[in-house]
Design a binder for this molecule. Structure first.
Ligand code: GLY
Length: 413
């Protein structure tokens, strides 16, 4: 009798634990969106007050209004930035993700309001970041509402982006700054802008967009990777011969180190490029990059990387939560393309999302209205160290939505 009682009790405990585990797993998405819903209501108040307290001259304000939160200043106040900043599409994009999850028209209205503030960047030919700025804002808006008035904005952004294509170097130029140092600097981040060009090709049938995107990806594949699939941040090309002139870091620790967010951009960018081309070479790159990240002895147990895989004082270095959210979102997609590690990719992404939720979340009605803490923008430039960053939040929400779609048996796209 005692034996039966003992076995029944053990079974009960096992069942209780497994049901708790299931609950945590199913609720983690809802829990985060519920949190985001309240936190973004707070963010709107902080944003309004930051705009009211903008001390710049009236003509400067009129020309370049502050439209989008980026991070916190050292004194804890919100750092709002104008639309020309590379980060301006992420807050509108996050609001579109709120709408996608909740279907609440309140979030659609807010997403539309913030999206409209970046429209003028469609004409910006001085940056490669148009994918981030326009595709994450207008692109998500079009996907979710089919608002046809968004199409010309996105198409114009794609046209502006391809003006930066340098045919002799077979690449899209990233930056115009530091002209004394670099002729044609291309950063690994630039892979993230190709989705915009693939969209423009599908929309117009004009193969120029497709060919430029694929050529850029091929050039990046050739020159940005070391044999172990770690990445250089900046490759500088000769604009006449196309020869590689420099291999540098800018936001990472040093030229031969691996900047964690750069590695995350590579993972995401090559996974997305496989989606649009079905060229297995890109899938191989993405899998090799995942392998680099997850076999790296300097990746902490909770899978939230330090800001650089080779930072000099590991384990006493800051994390970069943004690299983790980008990685998680990319891994959910990569897990849908088969291969012997497909299940593992999903498990790693789940672990990242779980650890971020449990240990890196901001405080409700505080932290400037951001969702996650402990990102690092550019420690090498002494900038944005161990702070919330708007793009960490954007990719976190995207990862959660991807997790939800995968777990309910829906395709991601
Ligand atoms: N794309 C700029 C950055 O990742 O900091």
């Amino acid at each position: 009798m005692r034996k039966i009682f003992f076995i029944t009790s053990i079974l009960g405990v096992v069942l209780l634990f497994s049901s708790c585990k299931t609950n945590t797993k199913t609720n983690i998405i809802k829990d985060n969106f519920d949190f985001a819903s309240k936190q973004f209501d707070y963010a709107f108040q902080v944003i309004d007050s930051a705009i009211q307290n903008d001390t710049r001259d009236a003509d400067v304000k009129a020309k370049n209004p502050l439209v989008s939160p980026r991070t916190l200043n050292e004194d804890g106040t919100l750092r709002m930035r104008p639309s020309r900043e590379w980060t301006s599409g992420f807050f509108p994009g996050s609001l579109w993700y709120m709408y996608e999850y909740t279907k609440d028209p309140k979030w659609e209205a807010k997403a539309r309001e913030f999206t409209a503030t970046v429209e003028k960047e469609k004409m910006n030919t001085g940056t490669h970041d148009l994918g981030f700025m326009i595709f994450d804002s207008y692109g998500n808006g079009l996907r979710l509402t089919d608002d046809q008035s968004y199409k010309p904005v996105i198409l114009q952004a794609a046209k502006s982006l391809i003006t930066r294509y340098v045919p002799n170097a077979k690449t899209i130029r990233s930056w115009d700054h530091n002209k004394d140092k670099w002729q044609c600097p291309v950063i690994i981040d630039n892979m993230m802008n190709l989705e915009l060009l693939f969209w423009a090709f599908k929309e117009t049938g004009d193969s120029t967009f497709y060919n430029i995107a694929v050529t850029h990806a091929n050039t990046t594949m050739e020159n940005h990777f070391r044999p172990d699939y770690s990445t250089y941040h900046v490759i500088d090309y000769d604009t006449i011969t196309g020869e590689v002139l420099h291999r540098n870091q800018h936001q990472g620790y040093q030229d031969e180190s691996t900047w964690s967010r750069g590695e995350a951009w590579a993972l995401y960018g090559f996974t997305a490029t496989y989606r649009d081309t079905k060229d297995e070479a890109y899938l191989d790159v993405a899998r090799n990059v995942a392998n680099f990240i997850f076999t790296n002895p300097n990746l902490p147990e909770d899978l939230i990387p330090y800001w650089d895989f080779d930072a000099p004082n590991i384990p006493n270095e800051e994390r970069d939560v943004s690299a983790a959210t980008i990685t998680a979102s990319a891994l959910y997609e990569l897990s849908t393309y088969g291969g012997d590690k497909a299940d593992q990719y999903k498990k790693w992404a789940d672990t990242i999302v779980e650890n971020l939720t449990n240990n890196y979340r901001a405080t409700l009605n505080s932290d400037g209205g951001f969702l996650l803490l402990q990102s690092t923008g550019a420690k090498s430039l002494n900038s944005e160290i161990n702070v919330p960053l708007v793009y960490a939040d954007y990719f976190f929400l995207e990862a959660l939505l991807r997790k939800q779609k995968l777990e309910s048996g829906k395709g991601l796209f």
